[in-house]
Structure formats: C-alpha cells, structure tokens
Design a protein. Structure first.
Length: 213
C-alpha cells in the first residue's frame, strides 16, 4: 500500500524541479524541495502561518544558491532525477504521514522531514539565515499534525525494500490455501481397474453357471 502525495505536495515537487534547473543542478536536492515549498506558500506550509512572518523568497534563493555552490553539476534534463538525499527525504515524509495516521503526504509532512534535527542540513541553515525560528517551526508543525483527524492509514502493509518512485509498499502475502489431496499414481489406478475387471468377470462366470443349471 503506497503513501500517495497530496496535490499540494506534488505541485511543490514540480516547483522544486524548476528551481533546481534554474540553479543548474543535475539532480533534485532537498534544498530545491524547500524552494518549491516556498514557491507555493510564503510561510512554507499552511500550518506555519501563525508562526512568524513569511519567508523572503529572494533571500531564501540566495542562501540555497550560496550553500549549494560547490555541488556537482550533472546532465541537464527536463525532469531531474532525485538525489539519494531527496529520496531519503520523501521516505521520511511518508513516514511522518504514517506516524500521524494520515493517508497522504502533505506539505507539512515534507517540511517536517526537511527540518528534522540535522542542523547541518542545507534546508535548515537556509531558513535559519532568513530569520526563521527553526525550533518554533518544528513545534508548530508537530502541533498542527497532531490535530488532524483522518481515517487511519492502513497498517497491514510492509516495505518491499525496493522503493518504486518515492516510496512503495507491498501488501502481505495472501494465506496459502491448503493443497488438494494428491492423486494416486497411475500404476495404482491400473491395478485397481484390473482387480475390478477380474471381479466382474468372476461374477459373470458364476451367473452363467447358475443359468445353465
């Protein structure tokens, strides 16, 4: 059972791809996902609109560009492949959604994964340099996610170990049905048929003898 992206999260990844291409990157990095979130919402996520002011988009772009200036450049594509860090980010975002019992990965889940306790991460450094209180954002996200009431996500899914796209799950294997009774070997069937034919023949001879008498 996969954990799908909410429409806003999918839009944010599309904007992140555009930001990564604008910066000349060959891969989609977590810092580009941060820029994608800012492209859709000045507060990065609806849950942070009561947590300080909006984040200046130009300043955030400058900080991300400065912090990723030494990143390797790769082949330019229309849709950039995610880096290992971005794949890990989206797996963490899906884990956030499942931890709170939500059925889709919202932008709040993505942002919570971006702002985890790794203070050396580019995303954390970039928003902090733009005057954002990271600790307050983490607390606000946790409080907002804890108040969402949704039907719980299915919990009978298990990871496959081989993600397809961002994250993939496989349902547990169905119970194995009991095997049908084994058929007897052909030689046993032939022997039984011969025995039955012998019985019929003997019975026929006996009846014929009675009739002649």
């Amino acid at each position: 059972m996969s954990v799908p992206l909410a429409p806003a999260s999918a839009d944010a990844l599309g904007a992140a791809n555009h930001e990564a291409k604008r910066l000349g990157s060959g891969r989609l990095e977590p810092a580009h996902v941060l820029l994608g979130l800012r492209a859709l919402d000045p507060w990065l996520a609806p849950a942070l609109r009561s947590c300080g002011g909006p984040v200046d988009r130009g300043a955030l772009r400058l900080q991300v560009e400065y912090l990723t200036r030494d990143a390797s450049r790769g082949l330019r594509r229309d849709v950039l492949p995610p880096s290992a860090a971005t794949r890990r980010l989206m797996i963490d975002a899906a884990s956030e959604a499942r931890r709170w019992g939500h059925q889709a990965v919202a932008v709040e889940h993505v942002l919570a994964a971006l702002l985890r306790d790794d203070d050396a991460a580019v995303a954390v450094q970039a928003v902090r340099r733009c005057g954002v209180d990271v600790a307050a954002c983490r607390a606000a996200l946790a409080a907002a996610l804890g108040t969402w009431f949704e039907p719980p996500a299915p919990v009978d899914a298990i990871p496959t170990g081989q993600p397809e796209g961002v994250l993939a799950y496989a349902s547990p294997r169905p119970p194995v049905e009991s095997a049908a009774p084994a058929r007897p070997p052909l030689w046993e069937l032939a022997a039984a048929a011969a025995t039955f034919a012998g019985i019929l023949a003997a019975a026929g001879i006996a009846v014929w003898g009675v009739v002649r008498l």
